[in-house]
Ligand binder design. Structure first.
Ligand code: ADP
Ligand code: MG
Ligand code: ZN
Length: 478
């Protein structure tokens, strides 16, 4: 925190929707396809072609709005945002301006420095994406309009954030929500979740906001943080040198760790927004909103508090398990089969996520289903195997797809609970280690761990550790 200046940040996030078709035509958004193959007269912007609104886009906007505590407008308007650029053949982008579909929302974030804090969401509106320019080696450029007309939600925050940490906390939560809702794939690198950061500084106590710079090209959380921090320094240096910050758009260069001025910033009136006469005002009935509300999945923050309050998990575990919806669903399926949340949580966070990470797999590809894992945990609970042997069983189930019972049977991994058998091993261990036995009897009780270890080793991990312990105590006391 700077002692003289307060940092002010407002974020604009473009969320690319995962709908099957584009926002105003039936083309597939088709990424990675050959240039201009996913186009039609509407998304090519040919004169006379008329846009038809994709119902799913509206539904996704309502979902995002409800999940971020917005009010859903019963009537909203599509507007033309006019500007010239070769990737926009119509000469305007269809967006929403005066009456967006969602307004007045908020998210509660938490950071180490400022604790819990509410960040206002000014609006969420629907719009179409533009095409893409490809710059060729021979200094010519080509245009690919496959991306033109791809549906986006733009989520605009209030200038409520006061540090890069708050900005990142807000973004991570928003990101988690749209991915949970299934409306966005959340890939920052590929531009499915794009953030523009508006940054200004002002002397502490000043009411008016300082002049902002808008930072673009931020395709990872790390770069966003870096770019904001660089920008704050840059603005403070300018002001300290007696200069004035100019309102502009700046491009962050992650390799150099600096940003460069891209263009001076247009004001809204430069775009000559006006209602698009090709599209009717959009009316959203209350029943539709309620239907969407009832179909919303449980959101990450709600899951985290339920895992803590109802399942008794520590905050850290709850956070890890709820972070990604497929992981949460795996965990919940497991708890439904084996009602011991603590053990289930340990196994999912330890063995399952660990093995997936090592193999570079997603949880959907996990060869050990919740059913198979529950089968292993049941055999720990009923003392058929120890926790240690269970890890061997887990590996074998992972490799072969067999059930825990099959693996235990075939490999003879059943825990030895037969007193006579364990007693025989205990006798061997005592006979083989006279020195330690003497020390133990002389008062060095710490050696119990050593003896149990020896028994476990001799039994190849199959002796019931509790019984080994008891028998050792008894025999060593004799
Ligand atoms: P645009 O960037 O399209 O002109 P807005 O004027 O609505 O749009 O502002 C966009 C974002 O900039 C919002 O998130 C808003 O909170 C933020 N913002 C506006 N003024 C400032 C400022 N002085 N400092 C930091 N953020 C600001
Ligand atoms: Mg902007
Ligand atoms: Zn099309």
């Amino acid at each position: 925190m700077n002692s003289r200046y307060e940092v002010v940040i407002g974020l604009e996030v473009h969320v690319q929707l995962t709908t099957k078709t584009k926002i105003f035509c039936g083309c597939s958004p088709g990424f990675g396809q050959s240039p201009n193959s996913q186009t039609c007269p509407v998304c090519l912007g040919l004169p006379g072609a008329l846009p038809v609104l994709n119902r799913q886009v509206v539904e996704d906007a309502i979902k995002a709005g409800l999940a971020t505590n917005c009010q859903i407008a019963p009537r909203s308007i599509f507007a033309r945002k006019n500007y010239f650029y070769p990737d926009l053949p119509k000469g305007y982008q269809i967006s929403q301006f005066e009456l967006p579909i969602c307004e007045h929302g908020w998210l509660d974030i938490e950071t180490e420095e400022s604790g819990e804090k509410r960040i206002g969401i000014t609006r969420i509106h629907m719009e179409e994406d533009a095409g893409k320019l490809l710059h060729n080696d021979d200094n010519s450029s080509s245009v690919d309009l496959n991306r033109a007309c791809t549906p986006l939600l733009e989520v605009v925050s209030e200038p409520d954030m006061r540090s890069s940490d708050e900005a990142i906390a807000y973004l991570k939560q928003l990101h988690q929500i749209v991915v949970y809702l299934g409306v966005c794939d959340g890939n920052l690198e590929e531009g499915s979740f794009r953030c523009d950061a508006n940054v200004s500084v002002r002397p502490w106590g000043q009411k008016e906001l300082g002049t902002r710079a808008e930072l673009k090209n931020l395709n990872s959380f790390r770069f966003i943080k870096q770019a904001i921090e660089y920008e704050v320094e840059r603005q403070i240096d300018i002001i300290d040198d007696g200069g004035e910050v100019v309102q502009e758009t700046r491009l962050f260069d992650p390799d150099a760790g600096v940003s460069r001025s891209m263009r001076s910033k247009e004001e809204a009136h430069d775009y000559r927004y006006f209602p698009d006469p090709d599209l009717l005002p959009l009316q959203v009935a209350d029943e539709w909103v309620e239907r969407v509300r009832n179909g919303l999945p449980e959101l990450p923050l709600d899951k985290i508090s339920r895992y803590q309050n109802d399942l008794g998990l520590p905050a850290y575990n709850a956070g890890v398990l709820a972070a990604e919806r497929p992981v949460a669903e795996y965990f919940e399926a497991l708890v439904a089969l084996h009602n011991n949340p603590k053990i289930c949580s340990n196994w999912v966070m330890g063995e399952v996520l660990g093995a997936l990470k090592e193999k570079g797999l997603k949880i959907a590809e996990c060869p050990v289903s919740p059913e198979l894992l529950a089968g292993i945990l049941k055999r720990i609970d009923d003392n058929t195997i120890s926790g240690k042997i269970a890890k061997t069983v887990f590996e074998e189930v992972w490799q072969t797809g067999k059930t825990a019972d099959q693996v235990i049977e075939e490999k003879g991994l059943k825990q030895v609970t037969d007193t006579g058998a364990i007693e025989a091993i205990v006798d061997e261990v005592i006979a083989a280690n006279p020195g330690q036995v003497a020390e133990y009897r002389g008062g060095k009780e710490k050696l119990m761990g050593f003896f149990v270890g020896q028994v476990m080793k001799a039994s190849k991990g199959k002796a019931n550790p509790g019984m080994a312990n008891q028998l050792l105590k008894k025999k060593l006391a004799e």
